[in-house]
Design a protein around this ligand. Sequence first.
Ligand code: NAD
Length: 272
Amino acid sequence: IFTHIFMSGRLRNRATLITGAGSGIGLESSVLFAQEGCHVVLSDVNIDGAKKGAEIIATRYPNVKAIAIKCDVSREQDIKDAVDTAVKEFGRLDIMFNNAGIMHPEDDNALNTEERIWDLTMQINLKGVWWGCKYAILAMRQNPTDDSLGLHTGGSIINTASFVALMGAATPQLAYTASKGAVLAMTRELAMVHAREGIRLNSLCPGPLKTPLLMDFLNTEEKKQRRMVHLPMGRFGEAIEQAKAALFLASDDSSYMTGTDFTVDGGLSSAY
Ligand code: NAD
């Protein structure tokens, strides 16, 4: 876990629910948001990872509340319960980070990908984000409107997509790519529908990262090198670099941004 040195209180007294908070982007974001004064529900299907994050926050930032819960985003009821927990514990939900996702090792090209892999990927990466948006919007509508916290009146929803939603990956992962493209489209439409309620929705498009999700998928040195060739900076990204972008989207620093595909990819999408 990155050691955060500077604190500006950009999310002071706000409340967030983060999915996939037990590892990678979700874990780093949980700790970073807490450092900025935010109360955090860390949710993950891997409860041990979420608990680890909550313990780090409790030790480093005792003034904020951090709660770890088990939530499988492929189950609508789990997401509803997780949102209810945030509202019950913190009295509000300001930031929803729909970040959980999978890249299945058997995900392949159009000819080889089995329907069960397609369905599982869509269930987690796409339906899970839809449900996360749905219950977050319902909760955010109940947030106080005479908000003493500043500019903010509605809420900020961040949906993790991927650079592969913007360009074709040479290492085939059809279901994953399709699911992330759909996240971009869905986020844009939701952003338009809810803009006048003050609820902002943006997608985060990370480039290839050094997290278990990608490192397990690119499970040979040859596969890693094949991806590395396309990386202008010559390195995989770090989860904390995505967390910092998520913090920007979560905070009022991005108050005039909604419906964007916010790309943090080390220049990859500009490369030829
Ligand atoms: P990670 O493996 O470090 O973390 C993913 C977390 O999601 C894990 O803790 C895992 O337990 C959790 N998760 C998996 N299925 C879940 C489910 N059904 N319900 C709840 N939680 C579940 O990976 P990461 O790189 O931090 O991935 C986070 C997001 O970033 C994902 O949506 C991923 O698709 C996206 N992304 C990653 C990369 C990359 O290169 N790693 C690139 C672009 C986008």
